[in-house]
Design a protein around this ligand. Structure first.
Ligand code: S3P
Length: 172
């Protein structure tokens, strides 16, 4: 199958647990492009973890740093970039991505997201008394905005390479 040539960044958006990093890594390999994870780049730039940034400085400060880091990354030539779930919700970050990148929303339903986020890693936004309710609320707030991405690809229980194939087919 033919691999599309990209002249701009391919940026994955969507909820935590949608598979942005895992799918993005494989996607980059298939496209022969570097893969970067915005959360990891923010941690490098800040010299501390995302959780620490949230705890010590709050979400607004995190979003400012996130916007700056993403702006720098999309200007550096074609890469595959996984963004944190809230990045596309920031109006300025969204405008920048819409202008400069090809945006792909990995759309997963609640059960898939919950299954993935409840098994793995520390997500500061879900450290609440009712994480399931918080996840549902975030989905309700965010899904209408995620539909503004250029392309929507379903991320379900299919193997990761199947999701990667769906993205490649959609961007060809
Ligand atoms: C966030 C998602 C996280 C991280 C931060 C905030 C969000 O990234 O950026 O905890 O607002 O949904 P992942 O989507 O990679 O988990």
């Amino acid at each position: 199958d033919s691999i599309p040539a990209l002249n701009r960044c391919l940026v994955l958006v969507g909820m935590m647990g949608a598979g942005k990093s895992a799918v993005g890594r494989q996607l980059a390999q298939r496209l022969g492009l570097p893969f970067l994870d915005a959360d990891t780049e923010i941690e490098k730039a800040a010299g501390c973890s995302i959780a620490e940034i949230f705890e010590q400085y709050g979400e607004a400060h995190f979003r400012d740093g996130e916007r700056r880091v993403i702006a720098r990354l999309v200007d550096d030539g074609p890469i595959v970039l996984a963004t944190g779930g809230g990045a596309f919700m920031d109006a300025d970050t969204r405008a920048l991505l819409k202008e400069k990148a090809l945006t792909v929303w990995l759309n997963a339903d609640f059960d898939i997201l919950w299954d993935r986020v409840s098994r793995r890693t520390h997500r500061p936004l879900l450290q609440t008394a009712d994480p399931k309710g918080t996840l549902k609320r975030l989905m309700t707030e965010r899904y209408p905005v995620y539909t503004e991405a250029d392309i929507t690809v379903v991320s379900d229980e299919a193997p990761k390479d199947e999701t990667v194939n769906r993205v490649l087919a959609a961007v060809s």
